[in-house]
Ligand binder design. Structure first.
Ligand SMILES: NC(=O)c1ccc[n+]([C@@H]2O[C@H](COP(=O)([O-])OP(=O)(O)OC[C@H]3O[C@@H](n4cnc5c(N)ncnc54)[C@H](O)[C@@H]3O)[C@@H](O)[C@H]2O)c1
Ligand SMILES: O=C(O)[C@H](O)COP(=O)(O)O
Length: 404
């Protein structure tokens, strides 16, 4: 396969892919605007934060997979990719520890004014007096919004500092996450109105989505305690930056930011931002994921996705429908013989059930197989019995798909 890298990823990725016979073209200086003209002839495109707009998919002749060598896929037009049948996969969790480390670093830097102090020292000024006014983190309360890979790592590190961790309750959390929250003594509350006034620090670990863009607005900030700290290492567009500028001045809020709404899309650029220049802000250059450890993990992940894609099972695809769709999943265990599935599908068709998606896996030894078939329509006990009556069918079960 031909793989185009439009951002720099660990060298081992290219070495490993070339060792498998793939052709890699590495052009980390490609700009978003050049991608559409460059992507022809490539099967796979690998990007970090370079934007992949609709025009890229419209110009592509054989592009089948875009790999986001990181977590957030908001920079990729996943809907157009889906309409064109191009898979978009990311690498969730691989850079979570790196981002959590930076988040705590920003918090310490804000609390102790480490950056201002360093600037003064470099300028030959000793000022123990001015820099001795930190509050300290022990016993303070931190509200973590978004308890995914990064949020949980942040909660763990904050708890290790002796902070009380709060979060919003959310239905459908996995048993594993729930157990982890109990272990870390995370106190959950129902609403932002309950959470924000109780927190000395609020940290954002949500993806950019229609639900989260502009979440931190005037109302949100007005609920925060005067003098509290806002940390954002997720995405700039979650914050209404004008409202934050006002709150920094009027409520003495402080902020630690790694991301900005209008940050440059390239690695180096002339860029000024009132927010990044504000004296109550400690800022970094969207470097949350940029540790060697995280990038090594991402490099391995890119190779794993290409390997899985070659096998026909790419993981972490963000623009496929959820794993189960329709009203019911039928599981049909059957002998691996010609015509068995055709008879099953024929019966479903005669009963007016639309097959949404299906998969057939063969058991070791090759004698039997199991088909999982998501259907839309009413699966009756009679249908299950009729499917199971065939001598080639070993067993049939049906489960309702929960669409909540
Ligand atoms: N600064 C950086 O370099 C950097 C690096 C990695 C990720 N990020 C950003 O951080 C985000 C989070 O990364 P992650 O790896 O933790 O992702 P994740 O998918 O593991 O976690 C996101 C969490 O947010 C929750 N969530 C989503 N929408 C929500 C909503 N409307 N209300 C409440 N909860 C909601 C999800 O259920 C999930 O638990 C990414 O989407 C990306 O934008 C930034
Ligand atoms: O979503 C991510 O993984 C981060 O924002 C990292 O972006 P980067 O790969 O451009 O550093």
């Amino acid at each position: 396969m031909r793989v185009l890298f439009a951002d720099s990823v660990g060298k081992s990725t290219v070495t490993d892919l070339e060792a498998r016979g793939h052709t890699c073209v590495v052009e980390p200086t490609l700009q978003a605007g050049d991608l559409a003209a460059r992507v022809a002839g490539f099967d796979v495109l690998v990007v970090r934060s370079t934007k992949v707009g609709a025009e890229v998919f419209e110009g592509a002749d054989r592009l089948a997979l875009v790999i986001r060598a990181g977590a957030g896929t908001n920079t990729i037009d996943t809907a157009t990719a889906a309409a064109r049948g191009v898979l978009v996969a990311n690498l969730p969790g691989r850079n979570a520890i790196a981002v959590a480390e930076l988040t705590l670093g920003l918090l310490l830097a804000v609390d102790r004014r480490i950056v201002d102090g360093t600037v003064d020292l470099r300028a030959g000024r000793w000022d123990k007096k001015s820099y001795s006014a930190a509050q300290g983190l022990y016993g303070a309360t931190i509200g973590v919004l978004g308890l995914g890979s990064i949020g949980l790592e942040v909660a763990q590190r904050a708890a290790a500092f002796g902070m009380h961790v709060m979060a919003l309750s959310k239905p459908g959390r996995s048993a594993r996450t729930t157990a982890r929250l109990e272990e870390l003594r995370v106190r959950t509350v129902e609403t932002l109105e309950d959470l924000l006034p109780a927190c000395d620090v609020v940290t954002l670990h949500l993806p950019s989505s229609p639900d989260t863009v502009g979440l931190v607005d005037k109302d949100f900030l007005s609920l925060m305690k005067p003098g509290a700290v806002l940390l954002n290492t997720s995405r700039g567009e979650l914050v209404d930056e004008d409202a934050l500028l006002e709150a920094l001045d009027e409520k003495d809020l402080r902020a630690g930011l790694d991301v900005y709404a209008d940050e440059p899309g390239s690695g180096q650029a002339e860029w000024t931002s009132r927010l990044a220049q504000h004296p109550r802000v400690v800022g970094t250059h969207h470097i949350g994921a940029s540790t060697q450890q995280a990038q090594d993990a991402i490099a391995d992940g890119v190779v794993e996705i290409v390997d899985a894609f070659v096998r026909g099972e790419p993981p972490h695809c963000v623009n496929l429908t959820p794993s189960r769709i329709g009203s019911s999943t039928l599981t049909v265990r059957h002998l691996d013989r010609v015509g068995v599935l055709a008879r099953v599908l024929d019966l479903l068709s005669r009963k007016g059930l639309n097959v949404e998606q299906m998969q057939n896996r063969v058991f070791r030894g090759g004698d039997a197989a199991v088909a999982t078939i998501d259907v839309d329509g009413v699966v009756t006990d009679d249908l299950v019995a009729e499917l199971g009556a065939s001598s080639d069918v070993l067993g049939v079960s049906s489960t309702t798909i929960d669409s909540a």
